[in-house]
Design a protein around this ligand. Structure first.
Ligand code: NAD
Length: 470
């Protein structure tokens, strides 16, 4: 597939194959963009600003609804491509498609709600006699840099609000899984004037970096790892930056929890998308009174997970994004075992597959739980008290989301108040998101929020207009 620059398909001298991690087949290839094409995309997005900003909110909204309809019409084709490039089970690909459609719909609605407010300047010293109000204005050009795990919906979480508030966009999709994003950008391009949406493909350290460093881009909206996010924040200069970074989400299960519900929370949270989810359950902190019962049930339910061909409707666990990624997970688990942890079920790798794995006797200092393990692994940490559970939940550089299972409202509220995370769910695993909620972590999990309304706030600038009436 070609890049998309100023409404045209553009290739380049070099290209990179996109590989299906399930069977190693080459699905397609994309250009490795040279910097002159990145410059062309930046020029096109800047040239298209005026025409987009001239468009009424009514028209922008309608066009976003049209894109939404087109995505619905092509849902099957998109879902299959997503499964091929990421290795995720086809059922999960359909869920990503449904959420993408929902995200677009929310943005089409939000395009009509970009309000300023009146400001009583007379509440400040010498402010009497003014009539003042704010406007929320587009920033200009937004660069969207996105990861491989939910390539379509996470990219739409940037494109859709950016266009809703009349910014033009340049996308740098993930190198491993760029195809659904390019295909989607083509749908947007059919609706909007040339240059409103552009896609440049290639390596993050070159193409991504050129976007981040450009002084002709007004905002970087990035989703990806902490390491890349830190580099971007140092390189971005004065432009606005939103960083949606990694997570190491705790799931706390207290003695008074509904054990069955908590186990279901782990199954849905630790193995989803082969564990490659920023808000995946990555540390399971269980109080000692129910530890044995919880552990036995978790092993039993894990044994029922069906791993296999991601295209098969009955498959629950597909491959990781690559064999290299699966080897990395295997090494993390094996290192924990060397340090005294015990694999209760799973722990075997076959190419890019890694089994759903429960690891017991994990201690808070093991790399398996200190770092973000991006694989289908459920590490168990035993605690005595609620205080200890909260302390371990917070003993991490991350703070994306968290979950606590308890039937006691005092414990629920204590955990909700004291766990340092952008979201804390009670009686739900942290691996849950609706596309309108404010989403974004504390600490090294990032800065800024997404969720359409919140993304629009971060993609607009506020202007105050004051009329001196005296
Ligand atoms: P990554 O950081 O390796 O890559 C993300 C994107 O950044 C890719 O498009 C990559 O090409 C680009 N990139 C790499 N180096 C760059 C540079 N120097 N300058 C500019 N761009 C650069 O992340 P990944 O491995 O694709 O994704 C997994 C990570 O993303 C995990 O840490 C996961 O938790 C995180 N993630 C976070 C969220 C969230 O919303 N908080 C959602 C999904 C994934």
């Amino acid at each position: 597939m070609d890049m998309l620059i100023n409404g045209e398909h553009v290739s380049d001298m070099d290209s990179e194959d996109v590989i299906n991690p399930f069977n190693g087949e080459v699905i397609d290839s994309v250009p490795i963009s040279h910097l002159n094409n990145v410059d062309k995309a930046i020029g096109a997005a800047n040239n298209a600003k005026e025409v987009l900003q001239e468009m009424s909110a009514f028209k922008v909204s309608n066009k976003l609804y049209n894109v939404c309809e087109k995505l619905k019409e092509n849902k099957e084709e998109f879902a299959e491509l997503l499964t091929k490039e990421v290795g995720k089970p086809i059922n999960e690909a359909y869920v990503e498609l449904d959420r993408s459609i929902e995200t677009l719909k929310l943005a089409a609605e939000e395009a009509k709600r970009i309000y300023g407010e009146s400001v009583p300047l007379d509440a400040g010293l010498n402010g009497k006699g003014f009539f003042a109000f704010t406007q929320r204005l587009p920033l200009g050009v937004v660069a969207a840099i996105t990861p491989f795990n939910y390539p379509l919906n996470l990219t739409i979480h940037k494109i859709a609000p950016a266009i809703a508030c009349k910014n033009t966009v340049i996308i740098k999709p993930p190198t491993d899984a760029p195809l659904t994003v390019i295909k989607f950008a083509e749908l947007v391009n059919e609706e909007f004037p040339a240059g409103v949406i552009n896609v440049v493909t290639g390596y993050g350290s070159e193409v991504g970096d050129a976007l981040v460093a450009s002084d002709k881009i007004d905002k970087i909206s990035f989703t990806g790892s902490v390491m890349t996010g830190m580099m971007i924040s140092q390189r971005a200069g004065m432009k606005k930056v939103t960083l949606e970074l990694g997570g190491n989400d705790p799931l706390v299960v207290l003695d008074d929890a509904d054990v069955g519900a908590a186990v279901k929370g782990v199954i849905n949270g630790a193995y989803l998308n082969a564990g490659q989810v920023c808000m995946g359950v990555k540390r399971i902190i269980v109080q000692e009174g129910i530890y044995e019962e919880f552990k036995a049930k978790l092993v039993e339910e894990t044994s029922k997970i069906k791993m296999g061909n991601p295209m098969d409707r009955s498959t629950q666990l597909g491959t990781l994004i690559s064999e290299k990624a699966a080897i990395h997970v295997e090494e993390s688990v094996n290192n924990a075992v060397k340090d005294g942890a015990e694999i209760l079920i799973g722990g075997k790798r076959d190419g890019a597959f890694y089994e759903a794995t429960v690891v017991d006797k994990v201690t808070p200092d093991m790399d398996l739980v200190v770092n973000e393990t991006f694989g289908p692994v459920a590490p168990l940490l035993k605690v005595k008290t609620v205080d200890e559970a909260i302390q371990i939940a917070n003993a991490t550089e991350y703070g994306l989301q968290a979950g606590v299972f308890t039937e006691n409202y005092r414990n629920a509220l204590r955990c909700a108040n004291e766990i340092e995370a952008g979201t804390v769910f009670v009686n739900k695993q942290p691996t849950f998101r609706t596309d309108n909620m404010p989403f974004g972590g504390f600490k090294n999990s990032g800065c800024g929020k997404e969720g359409i309304k919140y993304a629009v706030e971060e993609m607009t600038k506020t202007k105050l207009i004051g009329l001196n009436l005296r």
